[in-house]
Design a protein around this ligand. Structure first.
Ligand code: NAP
Ligand code: MG
Length: 457
């Protein structure tokens, strides 16, 4: 039996019978059977169906947020924001079926045109940090493009996906278009990746598992998009509004208890501004309200599990340079205090590896070149920030940092309408925005001869 736990209490929320490999096969078979009819639904009608689903998600936003908060331990106010984005993502892609445009290309002897066609059955494998949000970034474009899908949520956090399955059916999506299987990654997930009838895998999770998925997908030349880890830099120049930069830095490393691939878990601070930044930053970190996720005022909850807490703790050994810590409740639940390490060298383990917890490494730098060098000295390249009042410098640095998304005088990473994804070992492909559709379609080129007497070229 799979015991789904509330990380804030350590108590069981629900027991589930985990899916088997045979269940995964059955889900793929249902998706395959539903594909011909779903792809044939007229674009305008598919738009209407997705809009109805988006409306239903809006209506169920509060109950979904409560469920997601209980299952992940994330603060209820965060969960509400996320469920808002889930609905918004479906609203956005609901407009896409009629805008899935091809091209006409000038060639001699005829007319050449391209079509974007759905892939077929796509498998979506998602992690526990933003369970339904990350699933929606994959499901909405996949469905808009005419694919059917099998969603495998993380075993730790399957409840919102199970609810989504019900909501989609009630909103009128045909049977078999959306299929949810709740089972272990190494069996059920692996099966989806290897299955001959699955055309594509969209994965979010650890770089290690992503590597394995890429290898396993090679057997059937499956399309793969990967959204993996990060070790993003929050670069603060001495000419920045230091108070503002410091006030924005806590949510950027401890939001979602630091379990965020976009976390700015390295803060690079220009040496001459170090003392001033750190004093503002300390005040901001200590003011963060850590505690009961169900409370409206809570800003940070617990980590996802006891074993994950052990992993996070391994990044803060006895001799770690702890500058200061924030609060954390006692008692049951997988709590870990916000922890600021300073000064850290960019070659230290905590500056190289993804912690996925509320631990940040503050690294001093000398000048602009030094900042860019340090920011890029990582295998990852997912997000990042630059804080400065010098516009030209902001743009120079933004262009020089090897990363998929970057914010100037802000630490935000994702918007429904803009592309999101990683450079280097942070992944392959882009989610959100119009480009996501490219990853759920295949390009077909059709040449139409306009000559009467042509034998054929
Ligand atoms: P993970 O193992 O990569 O899990 C992500 C998803 O992949 C889950 O649904 C998991 O299923 C599934 N999975 C695991 N092994 C698989 C396999 N062999 N084939 C197919 N699917 C498989 O991530 P995790 O263990 O939960 O977290 C480990 C670390 O990954 C974290 O500490 C963090 O550093 C990183 N991480 C990054 C992100 C991100 O957003 N980029 C998200 C989560 C974690 P089950 O869990 O149900 O077995
Ligand atoms: Mg794992």
């Amino acid at each position: 039996m799979l015991e789904v736990v509330n990380p804030a209490t350590g108590r069981m929320l629900r027991g589930l019978e985990p899916a088997t490999v045979a269940d995964a096969d059955a889900a793929v078979a249902r998706a395959k059977a539903a594909f011909p009819k779903w792809r044939a639904v007229e674009p305008a009608e598919r738009s209407r169906m997705l809009r109805r689903l988006a409306d239903a998600l809006d209506r169920e936003r509060e109950s979904l947020a409560q469920l997601e908060s209980r299952n992940t331990g994330k603060p209820i106010s965060d969960a509400r924001g996320e469920m808002g984005m889930v609905a918004e993502t479906f609203h956005y892609y609901a407009g896409m079926p009629e805008r899935n445009l091809g091209e006409t290309i000038p060639v001699s002897g005829g007319i050449d045109m391209t079509f974007r066609e759905p892939l077929g059955v796509v498998a979506l494998i998602v992690p526990w940090n933003f369970p339904l949000t990350i699933a929606s970034w994959k499901m909405a474009p996949a469905l808009a493009a005419g694919n059917t899908l099998v969603l495998k949520p993380a075993e730790l956090t399957p409840l919102s996906a199970i609810e989504f399955d019900r909501i989609a059916l009630e909103a009128g999506l045909p049977e078999g278009v959306v299929n949810v299987v709740v089972g272990p990654g190494r069996t059920v997930g692996q099966r989806l990746v290897e299955h001959e009838d699955v055309a594509k895998v969209a994965f979010t999770g650890s770089t290690e598992v992503g590597r394995g998925i890429m290898a396993a997908a090679s057997k059937t030349i499956k399309r793969v998009t990967l959204e993996l880890g990060g070790k993003s830099a929050n670069i603060v120049f001495a000419d920045a509004d230091l108070e503002r930069a410091a006030a924005a830095a806590p949510p950027a490393f401890l939001g979602n208890a630091g379990q965020d691939c976009c976390a700015r878990s390295r803060i690079l601070v220009e040496r001459s501004a170090m003392d001033e930044f750190m004093s503002h930053f300390e005040r901001a970190v200590k003011a963060v309200r850590v505690g009961d996720p169900a409370s409206e005022k809570t800003e940070m909850g617990p980590l996802i599990s006891a074993s994950h807490r052990e992993k996070v703790a391994s990044f803060v050994p006895e001799d770690a340079p702890v500058a200061f810590r924030g609060a954390a409740p006692e008692g049951p639940g997988f709590w870990f205090p916000p922890t600021v390490l300073a000064p850290v060298s960019n070659s230290d383990r905590v500056a190289r590896e993804e912690v996925f917890g509320p631990v940040v490494a503050v690294i001093p730098f000398k000048d602009e070149d030094d900042a860019v060098r340090l920011a890029n000295e990582t295998v990852y390249g997912l997000s990042g920030s630059v804080w400065t009042t010098n516009g030209a410098k902001a743009l120079r640095v933004a262009r020089a940092v090897e990363t998929g998304v970057l914010s100037v005088n802000s630490n935000t990473s994702v918007r429904v309408a803009t592309p999101f994804g990683g450079f280097k070992q942070s992944g392959i492909g882009r989610e959100l925005g119009p480009r996501a559709l490219e990853h759920y379609t295949e390009v077909k080129n059709v040449y139409f001869s306009t000559e009467e007497d042509q034998v054929g070229r």
